[in-house]
Design a protein around this ligand. Sequence first.
Ligand SMILES: [Mg+2]
Length: 231
Amino acid sequence: MFVFFDIDATLVDHDKAAEMAASKFLQHFAHLLPYSHEAKFLKAWHEVSDRHNDLYFRGEVSLIEQRRNRMRELFAHAEPVLSGEEADTRFQVYLEHYESNWNLFDDVLPCLDSLTRIPLGLISNGDLEQQLRKLKQTNLDGRFSTIMVSSEIGVSKPKPEIFLEACRRAGVSPESCIYVGDRLDVDALASRAVGMKGVWLNRKELPMPNLSVPVISTLSELERCLAGHER
Ligand SMILES: [Mg+2]
């Protein structure tokens, strides 16, 4: 058995870090942004981020362009032509706060410690260099024998190739692997489609569709969930 994990919102509390950083970003640029209420800004921030991240994950724009386009869209009302350099400078304000707020969920280390006899890996959508820094900062580096990040191969979840390439690197068949992630579609169902056992980590306790996917709400339930899987 080989257990692969997603990183963001599964091991590292990406949503909290992103929200705290967006809030600092608003404080920094309040004079240039048309939002009087933080909640409205955060909603717009997440909507813009998700849309441009999707384009990046689909390989339609580079990481740099994705970041610049987010800035250009947020400031478009006042500054229709934001240079690349200026957009980079503004994104950096967000990035510094985002990175300084990278933290693990409380259930991560006890879970990983309970799986010491099982080889572990990661399959993540994102930028390899940034994800490796994230692991180092949260003291997770060295815990995983196979690390597969989408920027390395230009293919992101939910595409089968990223899961299959991770299995190939680990030298294991998809059928002998578990994949644990916070997204039902992109993680659990996509990994199941290539033959892995996809486990949905439903941290937000979202309504569960009538699907035969194993579901856990915290990583403390993972060991019990794996007990039913042939080792
Ligand atoms: Mg995730």
